[in-house]
Design a protein around this ligand. Structure first.
Ligand code: CMX
Length: 438
């Protein structure tokens, strides 16, 4: 059976030819009009990129452009797809750990990179490969150890990833004058190294910031999520390990980026409160709600609290989406996990109660285009249940997962020689001038 890199080496020339042929045949065809509102509206809905490690079909044309601030939604109604597969499909088809029922993120990475479902053996080999690459350079450990615990975990995360660039295989190959045709090889190595090292970075930040003692070593016999859970201090809880497998799998899909430092920049984008930091904000909001109206509050009391949030000019965190127009399937996957593992948990019940209440209120308020919950509305309640209660840390886990999607795209960007993306901007004066008298 081929390794991931061997399989990629087979797939890349075929994909290169396919792109060449598509450009030859369709290159000069118009993709439709761009309207001024799309310029003011953050380029939403503007077809401007080709998805490379996602689906090659119709859906890839719907992806949104802002490379570091957007999820890869295939279809706004249907929701997210990974290489054309829905979340329930990947849950059914990807290999599981012995005794586990959630997909292994190793398999998801294989799927994102190749478009194919791997065998269990191929996934197990990836687990071993990542375990072997997991150590981080000593100076990166020192950078993290010297961060004050008051520095937000996401800032620490971004710092550490930027520092990893010191050992970048791509940077080295580039400096040595590697041919453009060979770019994808060192990029693949960087991607594998990055993913492999994230548990040690995330674990170190968690333990440093919250005083949780020393990191255990990586266990080369265990899968990625098991090691991540162990580094955080939850390796003895099989349900938490399962949660990590699901969590890393469903948070992964994303646009690409150019280099390791771009992934660090992506982390900074993810750390915005209306984006990835919303999973922290949801828990902050829920905790404040519980403090104000109690743990078993009535629907009326919850409604009043939601309205008071809106009237205070704030958003309801965890609801709405820039692209999606229905309940986020990643929310659904997490809800199903909760129904299986923690059906009677009070916080989960509150999350469910809010699910019944908030969409109606957002519809009545009449502004949000999507009144339904997004991925961030649920994850914090699951982590809290297992004792990972430090909400400021949550987006770090989100960022670990995102590396899978970003690097899968990155490898293909290099393989296909994708250009830097440079969307053009206009001033309002220029818009007025262009359309004067039209
Ligand atoms: N609560 C209150 N108002 C909301 C809202 C919410 N959850 N979602 C949207 N709105 C408001 C917007 O603030 C906007 O108001 P203004 O016209 O006054 O500016 C209006 O409804 C229209 O917004 P939209 O087109 O529906 O949504 P956007 O594409 O502008 O923004 C998002 C999308 C996610 C930023 C927004 O829905 C939001 O702020 N949600 C809460 C934060 C959140 O959960 N973010 C996580 C998203 C998932 C992720 O990216 O990780």
């Amino acid at each position: 059976q081929p390794t991931l890199k061997e399989r990629l080496a087979e797939l890349i020339p075929v994909a290169q030819e396919k792109v060449k042929a598509a450009r030859h045949e369709h290159g000069k065809k118009s993709f439709g009009p761009v309207i001024v509102d799309q310029l003011y509206g953050g380029m939403r809905g503007l077809p401007a990129l080709i998805g490379k490690a996602r689906s090659w079909t119709r859906v890839s044309l719907h992806i949104i452009i802002v490379a570091f601030a957007s999820d890869g939604f295939g279809d706004v109604e249907e929701g997210i797809r990974f290489r054309g597969k829905t979340i329930p499909e990947i849950q059914g088809q990807l290999p599981k750990a012995p005794g586990g029922s959630e997909p292994l993120p190793e398999g998801l990475f294989w799927l994102l990179v190749t478009g194919e479902i791997p065998t269990y053996e191929q996934v197990a080999d990836l687990s071993k490969d990542w375990a072997a690459r997991a150590a981080i350079p000593e100076f990166v450990e020192e950078v993290l150890d010297r961060c004050p615990p008051t520095l937000h975990p996401m800032s620490q995360f971004s710092l550490a990833v930027t520092a990893l660039n010191h050992n970048s295989a791509f940077a080295k190959a580039y400096a040595e004058g590697v041919s453009k045709k060979e770019y994808w090889g060192p990029t693949f190595e960087d991607s594998m190294d990055l993913i492999a090292k994230l548990p040690n970075i995330a674990g170190r930040i968690y333990r440093n910031v919250y005083g949780r003692g020393k990191l255990p070593p990586i266990d080369a016999q265990k899968d990625y999520s098991h090691n991540l859970a162990a580094l955080l201090g939850f390796g003895d809880n099989p349900a938490f390990v399962e949660l990590m497998r699901l969590y890393i799998t469903i948070h992964s899909d994303h646009e690409g980026g150019n280099t390791l430092p771009s992934y660090a920049a992506a982390l900074n984008g993810l750390a915005g409160p209306l984006h990835g930091l919303a999973n922290q904000e949801v828990l902050v909001w829920l905790t404040k709600m519980q403090a104000k109206i109690g743990e078993d509050a009535s629907d009326e009391a919850v409604k009043e609290y939601v309205w008071s949030t809106l009237k205070g000019g704030q958003v309801v965190p965890g609801y709405g989406h820039a692209v999606l127009r229905k309940t986020d399937p990643r929310y659904v996957a997490q809800r199903e996990f909760a129904l299986k593992h923690l059906p009677n948990d009070k916080l989960f019940k509150l999350v469910g109660q809010i699910y019944n209440i908030v969409p109606g209120i957002l519809l009545e308020a009449g502004k949000a285009k999507n009144p339904w919950p997004n991925v961030d509305a649920h994850s914090g309640a699951l982590l809290t249940y297992y004792g990972l209660t430090e909400m400021q840390y949550y987006t770090v886990l989100f960022g670990v997962s995102r590396a899978f999607g970003v690097t899968a795209q990155l490898i293909w960007d290099r393989a296909l020689g994708a250009p830097l993306e440079r969307p053009k901007s206009y001033s309002t004066d220029a818009i007025n001038k262009i359309f004067k008298g039209k």
